[in-house]
Structures are given as C-alpha cells and as structure tokens.
Design a binder for this molecule. Structure first.
Ligand code: FO1
Length: 315
C-alpha cells in the first residue's frame, strides 16, 4: 500500500496517475483539510472534493476544481439577492456541500462521509481526510491574519505572506482510516504530490502522527516538485516562496522538505538543479512532470513509483 499526500489541483492530478498505476488495495490518498471552511452555512472541503472529482473523472478541466459541465443558477440567484458570491459554488457541486453538511451535523465523521461519496461516484481507491478534527490554515500577511479561503479566493493571493498557523493542529489526530494506515507495516511508501508545500502539505504534516511516519524513515518518501522552471504549475507557490525569502525553484522546495524526502521527481526543464538536489543524499529522477492529461499523470506517477522502488531496493 502506497500513501499519497495530496491537496489542490496538482495533488489531485498526481493522485489520478497513481490511481491508474496502482490497484485499489495498493493506494490511499490522504487529503489536506486546512482549506475547509464554513460558507453560507455549509461545510466546504475544497481539496477533498478536488481529489474526489478528479479520481471520478468529473472535474472541471479548465479550473481543476469544481465539476465539469457545471451550471450556476444557484450562484446567479444568490448574487441577485445580494448574497455572498465571491466563492463560486456550482449547482452540482452544491449538492455535495449540502449533503456533507447534513451528515456532519448528524454526527458522522468527515472520513466516513468522504468514503461514502467516493463509493457513490465509483472511486475504488481510498480517499481519506488527513484528520476528522477541525484543522484550519491561517495565513499571516501584510493585511493581517487571514482564513485560507479569504486569502486564496477572496483576495486572490494578493497580500504578501509572512507565515502560517495551523489552527487545531496541536490536538488533531489522524482520521480513523489514516490512523490504520499509520500502523507499522501498513504502508510501503509515501508520495508527496506536487501540491503547494506551505498551503497544502504543511497542514497535513502538522498532524503529528503523520509527520512522525515520515520522520521515522521506516518507508521511502518520494516527492514530485510543484515548481518547474521557477514557476508553480498552478497557484501561488512561487510567489509565496519569494515572499518568504526562499529561492523559487525545485531546489528551494527540496531544501524546505530537507531530510523528510528521500527521492525527488523533478521536471526535465530543471535538469541543471539535479546535482544540488541530489547532494543531500537524495535520489533524483528527471522526467516530464506536466500533468496535462490522465496519460501524463500516469507517466509522472509511474516515475515516482519506480524511484520509490529503487530507493527501497537500496535499503
Ligand atoms: N477557487 C477559486 O479560485 N474561486 C472559487 O470561486 C472557488 C470555488 C470553489 C468551490 C468549491 C471547491 O471545491 C473549490 C473551489 N475553489 C475556488 C478552489 C479552492 O478554493 C482552492 O483551489 C483550494 O482550496 C486550494 O487547494
């Protein structure tokens, strides 16, 4: 069993490739919930839904989030009534939030609801929220401390970032299905998807028992770089790195994860960085990491898995 850590569109795309490469019993995708928030009285879990829609093949191909063929009658009517319309909820997507909210209020765990939605959408691989407890990413900026979606969507990532706080992380344990995967011997390797290291992966690693697995060095950890040729494939990762005074490159990301990662998959465009990344006793694989189709996602996932096998073979 391989455990993938995913959040956002880049994470969902690699998870899709891993799901094509591995049988259902061989892959679990742990998903960030730091972006979750209450909006219009609904419990929204954007990263879980992005992974769920992508694995079900019903994601919006243009945005990467939300659903393909979406209609917007609810949003248009809400805006006409003077309601909050900065966070766009499509009509089909809305049903997920309404049903999730109802079941959460009835006392079900987010992990159980996610598992049931995934089964209904025909997803055979396990998709698990990193925690069932409230864990909220707070972004410290020159405009003050902002809730994640306030920073990301409402303010379009414009404020300058100075740091992060993961509210609830001190007490958040892994969700029940993730806790089972963290038992000794349950998984053979970890793949950190090309998700934003600060916004998507850091909140997951703030869950102490998950971080402890990576620190234990019991299993190989490979990561796919979210930065290619100095830019994020999608989203504000490169901007945030510059604001934090970190070199916006695959090397900057490798330094950020340090010894947590044993092997890096970087894009061929970053071949010049290979020696520097490899110098921290890390293995490096160069390949095309631009996941513009399921085939390309499968290609990147296969590279990550063969690198993991190579590292496991040398232990
Ligand atoms: N991202 C946007 O940039 N604008 C939106 O209006 C928006 C709505 C939205 C609705 C449901 C959902 O699951 C995701 C949505 N996202 C939207 C994406 C999301 O907020 C971010 O991409 C993630 O939180 C970052 O990983």
């Amino acid at each position: 069993m391989i455990l993938a850590l995913a959040g956002g569109v880049g994470g969902a795309r690699l998870a899709c490739g891993l799901a094509l490469a591995l049988a259902p019993g061989e892959l679990a995708v742990a998903v960030n919930v730091g972006d979750d928030f209450e909006h219009l009285g609904l419990s929204i879990s954007p990263d879980l839904d992005t992974v769920m829609y992508t694995l079900a093949g019903i994601q919006n191909p243009e945005t990467g989030w939300g659903r393909a063929g979406e209609t917007w009658h609810f949003m248009e009517t809400l805006a006409r009534l003077g309601g909050d319309s900065w966070f766009r909820l499509g009509d089909h997507d809305l049903a997920v939030h309404v049903e999730r909210t109802r079941r959460l209020r009835g006392g079900e765990a987010l992990s159980a609801i996610t598992s049931s939605f995934c089964a209904r959408l025909g997803i055979a691989h396990a998709v698990v929220p990193v925690t069932d407890a409230p864990l909220r990413t707070m972004v410290n900026t020159d405009a003050g401390e902002l809730c994640f979606q306030d920073y990301f969507v409402r303010r379009r990532c414009e404020p300058m970032v100075t740091g992060f706080r993961f509210e609830g992380a001190d007490t958040a344990g892994p969700s029940a299905p993730l806790a089972r995967l963290l038992e000794p011997g349950a998984i053979q390797g970890v793949v950190i998807c090309p998700s934003n290291p600060w916004l998507s992966v850091a909140p997951m690693l703030a869950v102490a028992r998950l971080r402890a697995l990576l620190e234990s060095k019991r299993v190989p950890v490979v990561a796919v770089s979210p930065i290619v040729a100095g830019n994020a494939v999608k989203g504000p990762a490169a901007k945030i790195m510059r604001e934090l005074g970190i070199e916006a490159s695959a090397l900057g990301v490798a330094r950020h994860y340090g010894t947590l990662v044993d092997g890096w998959v970087i894009d061929t465009q970053d071949a010049a960085l290979e020696p520097a990344i490899a110098s921290g006793a890390r293995s490096v694989a160069l390949t095309d990491t631009m996941m513009i189709s399921p085939d390309k996602s499968l290609h990147a996932a296969s590279e990550a898995l063969s690198l993991m096998r190579r590292i496991a073979g040398t232990r």
